[in-house]
Structures are given as structure tokens and as C-alpha cells.
Ligand binder design. Structure first.
Ligand SMILES: [Zn+2]
Length: 172
């Protein structure tokens, strides 16, 4: 009974120790003092938008960075404010259909969007060009490499060669 798939995947909270270490790390503080004991300061910052947070005011969440709620390891703990947490979690609804194809209910699906900054799009190297016959009808497509815009570079090589030749000429 207890080994239901849904129950196994349930979100487990991080331990207080894990939360406190992440709390300190998020604000660039050393979570340990010189003798190796845990240090703690009541204020920290959101990892994403850097807004100040106060311990216990419920404006923040400890998020599972890899979206696996069973992974409660230290590097998977990620301190974000509620606003950033919401921004990076996409909630979708999927219809649950009954035996005759009718909608019985809805299932909410939470999907984590990574916290990494979006990469810049690479410029396209090829483009599609339509192949037309003599009547102007499109008969197919071919991919053509896009040429880079010409850059004007100064030519300096030819003059240097001439100079060295002159120098070598010596009187016998
Ligand atoms: Zn934030």
C-alpha cells in the first residue's frame, strides 16, 4: 500500500541544517566558523534577484534545483524568493479522460525551468532557398550556406616583402 508511485515521489523538505547552510551560502557567507561550527545570520538574499530575505518571514523557498524532490543533497538546495520560484516553475494542466473519452478531471503538472541564464541564439549558418522551374513554380528546396559579411582588412603583407629585399642588397 505504501509503495505507491505517487507517494514515493512526494516532495520531502530539506533538513534544517541543509537549509541553513544554503541560507548562508546564498549571501556569500561562510556557514562555518573557525572551529567548524555552523554559523547563522538571520538575513540572506535570493539567489536570483538578490532581494534581501529574513529568516522565518515566509517570503522564500528552498527549491530542489534538479527538480527531483527526493534529492535533498546540499548542492540541490537553492534559496529563492517566492517570486523567482514562481517564475521558474511552469504549471500546466492536463485533461484526465474517462472511459468514453469524456473529460473527468484535470491533473496539474509542475515543470521546473532551469535557473541558468538563457543562452544567446547562434546565427544560422544555412538557409533554405526555393528551386523554381522555368514557369516560376517551386519544385523543391535546397540549403545554402550564408556568407559572412565581408570585412575590410588592410593589406600589409606585400609592402613588407619589398622592404626586406631592399635591405638585403649590399655592396660587394
Ligand atoms: Zn528572487
Amino acid at each position: 500500500m505504501s509503495l505507491l508511485w505517487g507517494e514515493e515521489k512526494k516532495r520531502k523538505p530539506f533538513s534544517t541544517k541543509t537549509k541553513k547552510i544554503e541560507w548562508m551560502l546564498a549571501s556569500n557567507r561562510n556557514p562555518y566558523d573557525k572551529s567548524g561550527r555552523l554559523r547563522f545570520v538571520k538575513t540572506s538574499r535570493c539567489r536570483e534577484c538578490k532581494r534581501p530575505l529574513t529568516w522565518g518571514d515566509r517570503t522564500y523557498d528552498f527549491d530542489h534545483k534538479d527538480n527531483n524532490p527526493a534529492n535533498n543533497s546540499q548542492p540541490n538546495c537553492y534559496l529563492v524568493c517566492k517570486v523567482c520560484h514562481g517564475k521558474h516553475t511552469v504549471v500546466k494542466k492536463r485533461k484526465i479522460k474517462g472511459f468514453f473519452g469524456q473529460t473527468v478531471g484535470h491533473k496539474t503538472i509542475k515543470k521546473k525551468v532551469g535557473y541558468k541564464k538563457p543562452k544567446k541564439k547562434k546565427p544560422k549558418k544555412t538557409r533554405r532557398v526555393a528551386i523554381r522551374n522555368i514557369f516560376g513554380e517551386v519544385t523543391g528546396y535546397r540549403t545554402v550556406k550564408i556568407r559572412k559579411p565581408k570585412t575590410t582588412k588592410k593589406r600589409t603583407t606585400t609592402r613588407k616583402v619589398k622592404k626586406t629585399r631592399r635591405k638585403r642588397k649590399k655592396k660587394a
